[in-house]
Design a binder for this molecule. Sequence first.
Ligand SMILES: *Cc1c(COP(=O)(O)O)cnc(C)c1O
Length: 364
Amino acid sequence: MDVCDLSPGYVRAIAPYQPGKPISELERELGLTEIVKLASNENPLGPSPKALAAIQKALPELARYPDGNGFELKAAICRKFNVTMDQVVLGNGSNDVLEMVARAFLAPGIAAVYSQHAFAVYPLAVQAIGAKGIEVPARNYGHDLEAMLEAIDEDTRIVFIANPNNPTGTVVQPAQLLGFLRRVPRTVVVVLDEAYYEYLPQDMKSASPAWIGEFPNLVVTRTFSKAYGLAALRVGFALAQPRIAELMNRVRQPFNVNTLGQVAATAALDDAEFVAKSVALNRAGMMQITTGLIELKLPFIPSYGNFVCFEVGDANAVFQKLLRKGVIVRPVANYGLPQHLRVSVGLESENARFLAALREVLAA
Ligand SMILES: *Cc1c(COP(=O)(O)O)cnc(C)c1O
């Protein structure tokens, strides 16, 4: 018996998050170059030029601690989403704010509800606290809101909704979401994770920042990692009524968002042109990839994000063969989808490399 055996059972039972394979790792392992990584839903255009300029300008300040309040970034978020400073919580990625909600509201014996095939961070955040996770079977790979409502019991304190969901790309219509919010007991926090919000067509975009005024139990989360192209800097945020935001801030690390992240995100938020360009590129790339999948006769789940899940049978074998051709996609067996792979939409040339490699692998 050593100290590690004395770690709580719920910690030792956690299956660690499996990130997309880094390009450098595949280079080391297989000695390949010119690798295409379409595994982590990153922005293929890179960061906004405005963000890069802001980073350059902030470099001499790196010896100083960041602004623990994130004043400038919060002020920019308030202007854009018409909320007040006390309704914003900044995170080291939105992953961080998801964990803050879990720490603020869960405890052993308390439960959180989420969907089958939903984003892996929800069960992770719940398990790390020793709370109870209630996974509700998906419907056509998407959230079954009726079943999720029914799954809420007296121990439930959080419901997580990913909209669009990763890895399935499924979406819930704004009207359905609103109906759901009206029926969830006010004693349950609804976390609406909108990491891919920017990619949604206009009629699918919820007015979620406005909804927090109506629902004192709603937490909306957004990220700078996807359409804003700042995944490496780890910046996300939550919008909620002041009392929830204040509880989340109690469990927040004092300097959780670094200086470069703060200045880059502030600049990126202002760069509507860059986001529009990213969304347009994604739309064209999604068409390119899904057209290719149809030609290859591979079924896929229609996606509203910057990625798509397709069915290939022995997904792990296909994943490994694609790696050997220098193409990194994402296995999703850990999401209960052992026959699927998820590919992120890249540049036109990257999508073409992926489709060509996939064609070769399937023909071999
Ligand atoms: C990528 C992603 C996030 C955010 O990740 P961060 O980089 O931590 O902001 C959150 N939710 C979903 C569903 C995602 O796919």
